[in-house]
Design a protein around this ligand. Structure first.
Ligand SMILES: Cc1cc2nc3c(=O)[nH]c(=O)nc-3n(C[C@H](O)[C@H](O)[C@H](O)COP(=O)(O)OP(=O)(O)OC[C@H]3O[C@@H](n4cnc5c(N)ncnc54)[C@H](O)[C@@H]3O)c2cc1C
Ligand SMILES: *[C@@H]1O[C@H](CO)[C@@H](O)[C@H](O)[C@H]1NC(C)=O
Ligand SMILES: *[C@@H]1O[C@H](CO)[C@@H](O)[C@H](O)[C@H]1NC(C)=O
Ligand SMILES: *[C@@H]1O[C@H](CO)[C@@H](O)[C@H](O)[C@H]1NC(C)=O
Length: 482
């Protein structure tokens, strides 16, 4: 009896040793290093993994090694320390709307630190500031802020993440009145390449403050939260929608080029042009009658619209109007993944009539569904600010040329080639040298200068100071000095 009991105990011990070994065999250096993460870690063998790496642009695909859903700064620090220790690439993902899927690192096998769950929004109504976690999406931010009577100027798509958006600029609603989203960032917290948390504002780490406000997406560290300066929402705003005959595109641009720069800064205007239609979306930050008066200098020069609509509404309702998703989705944004490729051009003087003809012809002949948007800049967006690395301060309008929704890979490849070839020639002949970094484009030549102009060398110095080993890199990141 006794002997058998002892044998049992020995067997039990052997089993335990075997089990411990098994567990150790299964625990890779990566899983053990990340074991203390409080948030979820999702590995490629998890059946939910494929759905979590789709993001917005289906045209580009990468497979990371792990998704870390950080819940606090400590999780981000642990992730950075593990990436350094294991010599892995690491990248931040906020809203996953990078045109080139750089939120997944722009290559395979990196550690993705997803910030979705770092989504606090704390409003200080007296100071008129808000602390906004880097995982928030624009729709949620507009919703929460407008409930407290505030707004920040930012883009129109509710599912875009505040992280990538405000680190690269961020243009849209209220941009002519209040500038870019990045212009309204007054401080940030960032985990650097050493795993330290840095406080960043115009006094502390002011070189990073400059770099992150315009060139910050992915290159310097992982921003975990932003403090924004807030603006009061007007009691009423006026959404404006006009349609024109496609054939009157020249007259419309003549008015846009001429009157655009002098328009009241309460107005934002965006022209949309495709093969068959020509329309304008606009927002006036004030009531109906003021809106009509303010837009009159433009409409009096423009061709007569075939339809025009002025809608007085709350600011948040105007966000819904221009979101082009179901209104109920704005405060609960979700992805709408699709195939697309975009080119960005900036113009400082209006496009010539020749340029408009060339563009019109392209839109009529290109082999996939393609449109061009023209966002009027000016006002606060054009104020030169040496605490920001956003250089495009002399822009009259930004142009986005976007091809989408092809049905086969062959059609997609053809369309992308057409867009690239056309874009190269169009940019060399008819626009400024520059492009908008938030419409990031891996096929753009000399992107260093086109995105960052004269600031590029300074950005390289700052990068070299804070991340000399180039931990935070992707195909178009700010490089270190050699
Ligand atoms: C449908 C759609 C509509 C858009 N509309 C507008 C618009 O109206 N106006 C406008 O200006 N732009 C617009 N954009 C462009 C948008 O601003 C950029 O794509 C932006 O980079 C997206 O940010 P994200 O956080 O969603 O993307 P992500 O893919 O998560 O990130 C983009 C880049 O920023 C980095 N990054 C993200 N978060 C952090 C962080 N916390 N710290 C450090 N680096 C970080 C990522 O590593 C990546 O390199 C639009 C894009 C799409 C797809
Ligand atoms: C798989 O991922 C989900 C989150 O999508 C997570 O809840 C779950 O714990 C993961 N499973 C394993 C075995 O890690
Ligand atoms: C620095 O930022 C603070 C807070 O936004 C602001 O009050 C101050 O004017 C800024 N100083 C400079 C020199 O820009
Ligand atoms: C930025 O501009 C201010 C005043 O316009 C000037 O005092 C300051 O030296 C400038 N800073 C840099 C870094 O150029």
């Amino acid at each position: 009896m006794k002997l058998i009991k002892q044998l049992d105990i020995i067997l039990l011990l052997i089993w335990c040793i075997l089990l411990i070994n098994l567990v150790n065999v299964n625990a890779s250096p990566l899983t053990s290093c990340l074991a203390s993460i409080k948030g979820q870690t999702v590995y490629p063998n998890n059946k939910t993994f494929p759905s979590l790496i789709i993001d917005e642009n289906l045209y580009v695909n990468y497979t990371p090694s792990v998704l870390v859903y950080a819940v606090n700064n400590q999780d981000v620090q642990t992730s950075v320390n593990c990436a350094v220790k294991l010599k892995m690439g690491i990248t931040a993902r906020s809203g996953g709307h990078s045109y080139e899927k750089y939120g997944l690192g722009g290559r395979n096998n990196v550690m993705v630190v997803d910030l979705t769950n770092m989504n606090e929004i704390t409003i200080d109504s007296t100071a008129k500031t808000a602390k906004i976690g880097a995982g928030n999406r624009l729709g949620v931010i507009y919703d929460k802020l407008s409930q407290a009577g505030f707004l920040i100027p930012a883009g129109t798509c509710p599912s875009v993440g505040i992280g990538g958006h405000s680190l690269g600029g961020g243009y849209g609603f209220a941009g002519r009145k209040y500038g870019l989203a990045s212009d309204n960032v007054i401080s940030m917290e960032m985990v650097d390449a050493n795993g330290n948390i840095l406080q960043i504002n115009n006094q502390t780490n002011s070189d990073l403050f400059f770099a992150l406000r315009g060139a910050g997406g992915g290159s310097f560290g992982i921003v975990t939260s932003f403090v924004f300066r807030l603006h009061e929402t007007p009691p009423q705003v006026t959404a404006m929608q006009f349609q024109f005959k496609r054939s009157q595109v020249q007259q419309l641009f003549s008015a846009f080029n001429q009157v655009g720069p002098t328009l009241d800064n309460n107005i934002d205007l965006s022209i949309a042009l495709d093969k068959g239609s020509l329309s304008i979306d606009g927002l006036y930050l004030g009531p109906l009658n003021d809106a009509r008066n303010a837009v009159e200098p433009f409409l009096s020069k423009a061709p007569k619209p075939t339809s025009s609509k002025f809608t007085p509404e709350s600011f948040f309702d105007s966000v819904k109007t221009f979101s082009y998703v179901a209104p109920s989705e704005v405060a609960k944004p979700k992805h709408h993944p699709y195939f697309f490729k975009a080119k960005s051009f900036l113009v400082t003087k209006g496009l010539t009539s020749e340029a408009i003809n060339v563009l019109s012809d392209f839109l009529s002949t290109v082999s996939c569904d393609t449109y061009a948007l023209f966002d009027l800049f000016g006002g606060a967006a054009n104020i030169v600010d040496n605490t920001s690395s956003f250089v495009h301060r002399d822009t009259l309008y930004g142009i986005q040329l976007l091809g989408q929704d092809w049905k086969t890979k062959a059609q997609g490849d053809k369309c992308v080639k057409q867009l690239n070839d056309f874009g190269k020639e169009f940019q060399s002949k008819y626009t400024s040298y520059f492009s908008y970094q938030n419409y990031i484009d891996r096929d753009l030549d000399d992107w260093q200068t086109r995105y960052y102009g004269n600031n590029f060398n300074k950005l390289v110095d700052i990068k070299t100071k804070y991340d000399p080993n180039n931990l935070f890199n992707f195909p178009q990141s700010i490089p270190v000095k050699h």
